[in-house]
Write a protein that binds this ligand. Structure first.
Ligand code: ADP
Length: 366
């Protein structure tokens, strides 16, 4: 786990720097060094490190101050203090301020202590990685809830405006105007219900309540069911859906309803984000352990920045064309949760303006 990790060694004593450099190089890590607090902060700002070995007593800035400055902005990096003997009290205080651990310089020099040093580095790095992953998840949730509540306001606002207009007896509304306003209300209510259903499904899965009912599932049958439902929509846009499945496609071990849900979302997106007259192709292939399903469209495609965020962040595409098409921005996040819960993978490739390909894999039934 330590191999190729980059470490910054901060100590004003040259022999200590040399000693630590040799120690971490032996563990396969890449080392850089700094003599002062200012140099340490400069190095941290300009390069990416996984770990900092930080002396507490530095000639310019106090080590604790260096630690605080870094921690205020960087929750990902692992920081271990290298203390002089007898400085345990300060080291404990530093751990309170966000350090991941501490090690006594004299202990390090003692024979047989280098395994303990390696253990400490491995443990601290893996704990910090866990913390960072949790923090990212929390940030993503906060993002998601803020954006969803914002997006829910849009249909509510339409309902409010349309109903106030309908109730205003001073307005000369024709029968046709009234019908249009009622239709707007009905569409907004439908959109709200759909958004809330997806949101509830997402939060349920996110909270760990995805109870998969695993059986042997014939993917060809699931594809046929979903395609027959989506074809109506595709035909209304003069699109063709071509299904090219090998005749002997082996079954997968999966929850049939959930696989249907993923396939429906991907095919529905392919139809939505492909202009009139486009082509959608559904294929599948088996290897020794998994079956991979692929949906290709000739649609608007996805810009590289949006593609990177896909499956990771709640949100709809940023392009002008996407904004005109209805959606919740949750479908792919739900699809990812479902596929990964099965032990599969989901991914996308796309060229803006030319089309997209979404693929997912599921384990074969044994
Ligand atoms: P929704 O389609 O409801 O907005 P999704 O989570 O299903 O939500 O998709 C997220 C975003 O990914 C969409 O807003 C769109 O920008 C992009 N996207 C998904 N599928 C396609 C596709 N087949 N072609 C182009 N863009 C797509």
């Amino acid at each position: 786990m330590l191999k190729d990790k980059s470490v910054l060694i901060v100590d004003d004593s040259r022999p200590v720097r040399r000693f630590l450099e040799a120690l971490v190089s032996r563990l396969g890590m890449r080392a850089a060094t700094a003599e002062t607090g200012a140099q340490a902060l400069e190095a941290w700002r300009t390069s990416a490190f996984d770990l900092i070995l930080l002396d507490l007593i530095l000639p310019d800035i106090d080590g604790i101050q260096v630690l605080r400055t870094i921690r205020e902005q960087d929750q990902t990096i692992c920081i271990i203090l290298v203390t002089a003997s007898g400085d345990v009290q300060t080291a404990i205080e530093a751990v309170r301020q966000g350090a991941d651990g501490y090690i006594d310089k004299d202990d390090l020099l003692a024979p047989g202590q280098q395994d303990a040093f390696q253990d400490l580095l491995e443990r601290s790095l893996s704990l910090r990685e866990g913390l960072s992953a949790r923090r990212e998840l929390e940030m993503m949730r906060a993002d998601l809830y803020a954006m969803i509540t914002h997006d829910l306001r849009h249909p509510l606002h339409i309902i409010q405006t349309a109903s106030v207009t309908l109730l205003d007896e001073s307005l000369p509304l024709s029968q046709e105007n009234r019908r249009e306003l009622l239709q707007m209300i009905a569409d907004s209510v439908n959109s709200l219900i759909h958004q809330l259903d997806e949101f509830l499904d997402y939060t349920k899965i996110d909270a760990g309540f995805l109870n998969l009912q695993l059986t042997e599932v014939n993917l060809a049958e699931v594809c046929a069911t979903v395609v027959s439902r989506i074809e109506v929509l595709a035909h209304s846009k003069h699109q063709t859906i071509q299904v090219n499945l090998p005749p002997d496609l082996p079954p997968v071990r999966a929850d049939e309803q959930r696989v249907q849900q993923v396939l429906t979302n991907l095919l529905d997106n392919a139809v939505k984000y492909t202009p009139e007259g486009g082509q959608i192709t559904l294929t599948a292939a088996a290897d020794t352990t998994h079956i991979c399903v692929t949906i290709t469209d000739t649609g608007i495609g996805i810009p590289p920045d949006d593609l990177r965020r896909l499956f990771r962040r709640y949100g709809r595409g940023t392009g002008e064309k996407v904004r005109k098409i209805k959606g919740t921005g949750l479908g792919l996040l739900i699809a990812k949760q479902i596929i990964e819960a099965h032990g599969g993978k989901i991914w996308a490739e796309s060229t803006e303006g030319q089309g997209s390909t979404f693929s997912f894999s599921l384990p074969r039934a044994v």
